[in-house]
Design a protein around this ligand. Structure first.
Ligand SMILES: Cc1cc2nc3c(=O)[nH]c(=O)nc-3n(C[C@H](O)[C@H](O)[C@H](O)COP(=O)(O)O)c2cc1C
Length: 375
């Protein structure tokens, strides 16, 4: 049997030296992320009637207990009764969720993590056959996945939806969360406004580029105005819709720059794909057939050009926690966590499936000194 030399005894090397970037803290709006390990939001499907289930609270607290720096919760959580809390997701517009939100915030903080919630309006995504609520969208063009013709929003209705986002952000802060993530990702309402093939409006929310990003800009600005200086406002979007004839990296960077120019967004979360077609949906949750860190190149460019700290969905996939953190570390090094020319590093890798059911995995790797190639 070959004896391992002292240099290969990884457990003796402090984790901070093994993962100098991954485990380094990051300050956003005066709030300290203890490390760069972030779990991205996903819909668990555990809510009933849009109400947060205790199992979901426990699930997110476990991730913090396992060492996650920032736990992003409640994928596709709804800000407005006009967009169904579909597939068991959360109705954040419903004040009955406040007690559970408080328990969640307290629980994650007690474990040393920060917690943010995603918030969205799904627009033409979904089906009224289940909810009984007609779909609302920029125009009456159905999504090829759900195939239902939505009812176009009247111009006067749009500021009401903007206000709904702001109200929910206020609620999240009141309940003790550290931030809110507005999302267009996955072909939700905000992305539907961006896309000229979907948004055929002739009012001030359609037509020119400025008009198509107006809704997003109004949402993030209203959210920023509704919360305190120390509350984190995030924005999640695709770096590329991965859609034939859709919005590619160049267009998405312009969209992001326009949103960033509002000064409202502290943190972008960048991935790829869209719910706007079955094929693009495959890029939204990439299968193993796609390479690791499939969006890293785009996200790196995005971060450099947009100039705001950027979470990169590293696409670490599913598997044993230490294996996936290794993959996460590789992807992070390749794309998300390189130092800038000024010596600082602002990228934050984001893991989703790697942390499902593996809440303690981060801590295990941290305590063990980690893997020499990660970070
Ligand atoms: C079941 C499932 C549901 C998801 N729901 C959402 C969602 O509601 N909102 C969102 O932004 N991302 C959602 N995602 C995407 C993940 O946040 C993440 O970007 C994706 O899984 C790729 O990262 P990974 O390879 O680390 O898992 C979902 C992913 C899965 C697997």
């Amino acid at each position: 049997m070959t004896r391992r030399g002292p240099t290969s005894d990884r457990s003796s090397v402090p984790a901070g030296e093994r993962y100098p970037l991954l485990l380094s803290p990051l300050e956003i709006r005066g709030r300290q992320l203890r490390n760069r390990i972030v779990s991205t939001p996903h819909a668990t499907g555990w809510s009933r009637d849009g109400l947060i289930d205790q199992s979901e609270v426990d699930y997110h607290v476990r991730k913090a207990a396992g060492g996650c720096g920032l736990v992003m919760t409640f994928g596709s959580a709804s800000v407005d009764p006009s967009t169904e809390a579909s597939y068991g997701s959360i109705a954040l517009w419903d004040e009955r969720n406040e007690p559970a939100l408080r328990v969640l915030a307290d629980g994650v903080h007690a474990e040393g993590g920060l917690v943010m919630s995603q918030m969205t309006h799904m627009g033409r995504r979904g089906t009224s056959a289940i909810s009984g609520i007609p779909l609302r969208a920029p125009s009456d063009i159905p999504e090829p996945v759900h195939m239902e013709v939505p009812v176009p929003l009247e111009t006067w209705e749009i500021p009401e939806i903007v206000a709904r986002f702001a109200n929910v952000a206020r609620r999240l802060e009141r309940c003790g969360l550290d931030g809110a993530e507005v999302t267009s990702f996955g072909g939700h309402l905000i992305e539907q406004f961006f896309d000229p093939l979907i948004n055929t409006r002739t009012d001030e929310y359609g037509g020119s580029f400025e008009n198509r990003v107006r809704f997003a800009r109004e949402v993030v600005s209203a959210v920023r105005s509704a919360v305190s200086e120390s509350f984190i406002v995030g924005f999640r979007m695709a770096s590329d819709q991965c859609l034939t004839g859709g919005l590619g990296p160049d267009e998405m960077i312009e969209v992001a720059k326009s949103i960033a120019a509002t000064g409202a967004v502290d943190l972008f979360s960048v991935s790829g794909g869209s719910g706007a077609s079955r094929l693009a949906t495959g890029y939204f949750v990439p299968p193993d057939a796609l390479p690791e860190g499939v969006y890293n190149e785009r996200a790196t460019r995005f971060r450099r050009e947009v100039g705001v700290p950027t979470l990169v969905s590293v696409m670490a996939g599913v598997g044993p926690p230490d294996g996936d953190l290794r993959r996460g570390g590789r992807c992070a090094r390749a794309g998300g966590l390189r130092r800038e020319r000024d010596g600082r590093h602002r990228g934050v890798p984001a893991l989703d499936r790697a942390l499902v059911g593996q809440g303690r995995g981060v801590d295990r790797v941290r305590r063990a000194g980690g893997h020499p190639r990660a970070g």
